[in-house]
Design a protein around this ligand. Structure first.
Ligand code: PGA
Length: 256
């Protein structure tokens, strides 16, 4: 069975002190439950990566806890003011990079082409993209979910250099992000199953090994139902990842 992944997307929250406190609490919880077998990924704002890496290394918990970033440049290096490259993230100790989050697609006008270039950069460096897909509320109501997520996914998979063995997918219905509305486990499972089918068209053997996470108002209380679904291999958590008790509740549900 695939190990469950619980990824924390802190978004643009926190301070140096708050980041240290939050990671300190996560480390303490892992110390109390060393038998937990869940891949936990912390994706803080870029600035906090070095101090968190240091904290994880000092605690000896770096194996259970992985570092991730919330975005990356689509370029390798050069005159791209304000951007952060995949090699910088690799050097900072990141193993995962969230790519194509709906907030970036909406607020920074990222297209499937930008998302593809970012995935290629990240995989080239041996890091794993957490590729976000999802439909808007209007698309959901128009029953266009399948069409939207399928075209977002194939836009990436159609490139010959994309490696399925180095890919994580996160299905995040936009109407469920930060709204308190969650897709029911059955609704999410239906979309995850569909995504698995799309992956299988590219490589049937690898398709079953690609982790597909669900995201959108995941909390400790709804996590268990999600993890019970066959094609839900983990979760991408926004708001609830800033509360150490909630977050630990989710990690515990993933371990059950
Ligand atoms: P949320 O965010 O858990 O606050 O809904 C999830 C995400 O945007 O990744």
């Amino acid at each position: 069975m695939m190990k469950k992944i619980v990824a924390a997307n802190w978004k643009m929250n926190g301070s140096f002190q708050q980041a240290a406190d939050l990671v300190g609490e996560i480390i303490n919880n892992f110390a109390k439950a060393p038998q937990f077998d869940v891949v936990t990924v912390i994706c803080p704002p870029f600035l906090y990566l070095p101090q968190i890496r240091q904290q994880l290394q000092t605690s000896g918990k770096i194996q259970a806890l992985q570092l991730g970033a919330q975005d990356v440049s689509e370029y390798e290096k050069g005159a791209y003011t304000g951007q952060i490259s995949a090699s910088m993230l690799a050097e900072a100790g990141c193993k995962y990079v969230i790519i194509g989050h709906s907030e970036r697609r909406a607020f920074c006008s990222e297209s499937d082409t930008n998302v593809l270039k970012k995935c290629l950069q990240v995989q080239r460096l041996g890091l794993i993209p957490i590729l976000c897909l999802g439909e808007t509320r209007a698309e959901y109501e128009d029953q266009k979910t399948q069409f939207v997520v399928e075209s977002q996914l194939t836009a990436i998979l159609n490139h010959k250099d994309i490696k399925l063995e180095k890919l994580v997918i996160a299905y995040e219905p936009i109407w469920a992000i930060g709204t308190g509305l969650t897709a029911t486990p059955e609704q999410a499972q239906k979309v995850h199953h569909l995504l698995r089918g799309v992956l299988a068209r590219y490589d049937a053997q690898l398709a079953v090994k690609v982790p597909i996470l669900y995201g959108g108002s995941v909390k400790a209380e709804n996590a268990k139902g999600l993890f019970e679904q066959h094609d839900i291999n983990g979760v991408l958590v926004g708001g609830a990842s800033l509360d150490p008790n909630e977050f630990w509740g989710i990690v515990s549900a993933a371990n059950d």
